[in-house]
Design a protein around this ligand. Structure first.
Ligand code: AMP
Length: 283
């Protein structure tokens, strides 16, 4: 695999491919790779001739400076992991901040309600920063397909919207959530949890997975309260939100009959680490 740090380097490599009608799949990441990321890379490998993985900790999507400072960075290890999957023609794009942002970007997307609720509400500016960096990556790499995890379900919705706004002819592909043995959704942030909290953090998935069963006997708001209670019963866990929303519009569900495609979303602070997860509920 090639390791490319510059935009001109990508453009040069990209030109070699465009002559051969080869399909390019992009997997954008912020590094500190785990099996969740690798599942996206493997899927991209199966479905494309050439795979590009980007590794860039995007400062403008962090609304919290401490979160940015503490975000794990393990480029050498990441490259070793990718070398086990990627082949000669594939490439990793790992630019530095000056390469991606030689000047500040002042663009504001209108994502409607998609970025005003849940993550958008609790992390102001986050999705605008995600939109900006993914648009840049799309323009630099010019993929045919781009792969994102359903783990960040709202992000996937925002990126689909950005691609529509910017008229990208790119297939945006949502990939299943890969979990640790206890059910905790894999995340680069899990490395920041102490071993005890990491073990106990399985409670998040366990609790939101019960939404379907609880919903058979309780209202939507009672279900939310019951899930919150079961997570917060574990010392060290504070629920930021539990929300039950329509999977397509991300509008809140008040009654179980309001939609035929419902998801339960969670954001939980474990110690000082913020974790998110979601599951589909079909009653
Ligand atoms: P990140 O490095 O956190 O920006 O994640 C890069 C991509 O990997 C995003 O599309 C995430 O949704 C996806 N991803 C992260 N964790 C998981 C997981 N546990 N399962 C599947 N995809 C994931």
């Amino acid at each position: 695999m090639k390791i490319i740090n510059s935009i001109t380097g990508v453009k040069r490599t990209r030109q070699e491919f465009s002559s051969g009608q080869k399909k390019v799949g992009l997997v954008p990441t912020m590094g500190a790779l785990h099996e969740g990321h690798l599942s996206l890379v493997k899927q991209a490998k199966r479905e494309n001739d050439i795979v590009s993985v980007s590794i860039f900790v995007n400062p403008i999507q962090f609304n919290d400076k401490n979160d940015l400072r503490n975000y794990p960075r393990e480029l050498d290890k990441d490259l070793l992991m990718l070398a086990g999957i990627l082949e000669e023609n594939d490439f990793v794009f790992c630019p530095d901040q000056d390469e991606m942002y030689p000047e500040p970007v002042n663009k504001t997307f209108d994502f409607g309600n998609l970025d005003s609720v849940m993550e958008g509400f609790f992390r102001p500016g986050h999705f605008n920063g995600v939109g900006i960096v993914v648009e840049k990556l799309f323009r630099i790499i010019e993929p045919d397909r781009a792969y994102f995890g359903i783990k960040d379900f709202q992000q996937l919705a925002v990126i689909r919207k950005m691609a529509e706004i910017e008229n990208f002819d790119i297939d945006i592909i949502g990939c299943p959530i890969i979990r640790e043995e206890n059910g905790l959704a894999m995340s680069s942030r899990n490395k920041l949890l102490n071993p005890d909290l990491r073990k106990k953090a399985g409670i998040i998935f366990e609790s939101i997975s019960k939404a379907r069963d609880i919903g058979k006997r309780k209202t939507v708001s009672e279900t939310v309260e019951e899930i919150k209670k079961s997570i917060q019963a574990r010392p060290g866990f504070v629920v930021e939100y539990i929300e039950i929303r329509d999977s397509r519009s991300l509008e809140a569900i008040r009654d179980w009959d309001d939609s035929d495609s419902i998801r339960c979303f969670a954001a939980v602070i474990a110690g000082s680490v913020r974790l998110i997860d979601n599951v589909e509920i079909s009653l």
